[in-house]
Design a protein around this ligand. Structure first.
Ligand SMILES: Cc1cc2nc3c(=O)[nH]c(=O)nc-3n(C[C@H](O)[C@H](O)[C@H](O)COP(=O)(O)OP(=O)(O)OC[C@H]3O[C@@H](n4cnc5c(N)ncnc54)[C@H](O)[C@@H]3O)c2cc1C
Ligand SMILES: N=C(N)NCCCC(=O)C(=O)O
Length: 346
């Protein structure tokens, strides 16, 4: 009994076309063992992923040890396969996280990131006494990067269909193995009430700046320079589903950013755009197998990346491949179990 196979490759469906679904699809296609199709209700640029800042730096995401491992693997993957390609919209940019109070503890992901160091005094704006630094951090011009992922996925033979899945059994009609990269959509599709929105608003401006700088100690303030513009942020309103920007949040963000980067206090800021995204927040990333229909169908869950989807994307994609390949033999076993027993001749 074999799985759905065409041209001796196993057919896999991915639900979701955000940074997680696309990264996972690319990793599967690069093995040469799978035909991969994506079904997704929204396509770039209309995904949460497209609303991200985005830079490499763990944030609002757990569990800490795995996020550290997957963040480091993602940084290495970017260095090996992406940053050198100008079409990717990525740039190496030092990042500083700064604190108004002394911060004795290093971040939990420190053991995984060799380039981590403490900030120098000259990197701290007035009123800040401590900080972290990652000199080989990098940023993504999000829409450019998302288009790059779509093009890479398609160039490897992947196909994308705009299609909402209301019941996972729709997918099982055509596929034995499905990878769930629906982010916040898992709240409905898999009735996972542990995943909820954390609303983030950002401002896109013309000015650029030489580094990414963030204060996330008591509130959120960040400046993230990109190729074509700079992102100022942000907010983190849990269980808030409002996807419309508010004037109040814009004013709050500008006030907070002026404190971490005085140049924004002095210069007139030319706002190009204001965006809102709902981070898929969960107490921890769900990256595991779940069997359905008596074990004859496999769903690999890969969702709940909170404020770090881009930062852990490739580490999680590689883990999803490993988890899926550990699950498929059981699928075959269950399918064999369900085959009708040959009638005895006696
Ligand atoms: C303001 C803001 C700034 C951020 N900045 C950063 C940053 O600097 N660095 C970083 O690492 N992360 C950042 N993030 C977090 C990052 O954006 C998310 O972690 C990431 O986008 C999650 O990716 P995803 O693919 O899981 O989700 P999504 O991008 O939401 O993709 C989910 C996909 O599944 C589809 N889908 C859902 N349900 C169904 C269904 N039933 N049927 C079919 N399709 C379905 C959706 O249409 C969508 O295509 C930021 C987030 C926000 C809001
Ligand atoms: N430590 C961070 N990554 N914060 C700054 C980037 C924005 C972000 O991740 C979000 O708003 O979710």
């Amino acid at each position: 009994m074999s799985l759905n196979k065409v041209n001796s490759k196993t057919d896999i469906l991915i639900i979701g076309c955000g940074c997680i679904g696309l990264s996972t699809g690319i990793v599967l296609l690069k093995t040469g063992k799978y035909n991969v199709q994506i079904w997704s209700r929204d396509l770039p640029p209309n995904t949460t992923s497209n609303k991200a800042a985005a830079l490499w730096y763990p944030f609002l995401c757990n569990p800490p040890d795995l996020v550290g491992k997957w963040s480091a693997e993602t940084m290495q993957y970017f260095k090996d396969h992406i940053i050198g390609d100008p079409k990717s919209g990525t740039l190496i940019k030092k990042v500083n996280e700064i604190f108004r109070r002394e911060h004795k503890e290093d971040p939990e992901w420190r053991p995984y990131v060799q380039s981590f160091r403490r900030a120098r005094k000259d990197e701290l704006p007035e009123g800040y006494v401590d900080g972290f630094a990652v000199d080989d951090g990098f940023v993504m011009d999000t829409d450019m990067y998302m288009d790059y992922l779509v093009q890479t996925f398609k160039s490897l033979g992947g196909s994308i269909e705009q299609r909402e899945v209301e019941d996972i059994r729709e997918a099982f009609v055509h596929y034995d193995t499905v990878i769930n990269c629906t982010g916040l959509g898992s709240r409905e599709l898999f009735k996972d009430k542990l995943i909820y929105p954390s609303r983030g608003q950002i401002i896109v401006i013309k000015n650029s700046s030489e580094r990414s700088i963030m204060d996330e100690e008591d509130h959120i303030a960040y400046v993230i320079p990109r190729i074509s513009n700079t992102v100022l942020g942000g907010t983190n309103q849990e269980h808030d589903y409002n996807t419309e920007p508010t004037k109040q949040d814009t004013e709050e963000i500008l006030k907070r950013v002026a404190m971490i980067s005085p140049r924004f206090a002095k210069n007139r800021i030319e706002i190009q755009d204001v965006k809102v995204g709902l981070r898929p927040s969960r107490h921890e990333i769900r990256l595991e197998n779940e069997f359905f229909e008596g074990g004859s169908k496999l769903v690999v869950h890969n969702y709940g990346h909170g404020g770090s989807g881009f930062t852990v994307s490739w580490g999680c994609a590689l883990e999803a491949l490993r988890v899926m390949e550990a699950g498929i033999p059981n699928l075959l076993f269950y399918k064999k179990q369900q085959q009708p027993k040959p009638q005895s001749k006696l």
